[in-house]
Ligand binder design. Sequence first.
Ligand code: DGL
Length: 270
Amino acid sequence: MAVGVFDSGLGGLTVLDAVQKRLPDVPFVYFADSAHAPYGVRDADDIYELTTAAVQRLWDAGCDLVILACNTASAAALRRMQENFIPRDKRVLGVFVPLIEALTERNWGDNSPPREVAVKHVALFATPATVRSRAFQRELAFRAIGVDVEAQACGGVVDAIEEGDTILAEALVRSHVDALLRKMPEPDAAILGCTHYPLMEETFQDALGQGVRVYSQANLVAESLADYLGRHPAMIGPGTEGGFLTTGDPRKVSDRATQFLRRQVTFTAA
Ligand code: DGL
């Protein structure tokens, strides 16, 4: 019984950490497509090809259920995968919907018509591909009315995090927050719409000010996965071993992952 967690690189570790804490008995196989990160500057076809190859690898590792712990893949590839790629006995879940349900005060799977919600001005920070896809605005429009969204494509932040250059990542986050605040001076909520960004959450919060509620995905995804597995226990696949796979250099990726998670993490070649 194993569940797959996929990201282009290290960002999905923020989600992995939360799901492991929430479901300590489930083995998770984490796949980092480090050789091809970042995805956020790629086009939708490219993201689709890379994401389907990674998901296939996780299915081969015995994970019938795969979490795309990557907003860019969820935004640019998931719908097409659901239409063309995923067989009946497998599942791939994205990370967008749990976040939007939290923002719009909904319970899991509440598909009632859109209604007014408390937040009115939402700042969205995400990769260029996620911003371009408008997937966040689309999902939000199904659930809420009267919410003004201002999106900021945060070029460079994922590269800096993958390279372990926290000083550069911090400087970039501050300049992207400044750019957003020039377009929307008083957001009431901010969405970290890339799983790498919680690694810089303190900087986002500091630059936005304490009055802005910052939403990030890890705990929300963990809750919705626990709920999903409670209702679909058969979706825990036949794999019995957890582990960490990467298409990049396993030593380098392990060092960075160990630094971020503050515990020993050992990747092997995918
Ligand atoms: N962590 C990813 C996301 O949530 C991918 C970032 C990237 O590869 O550009 O969007």
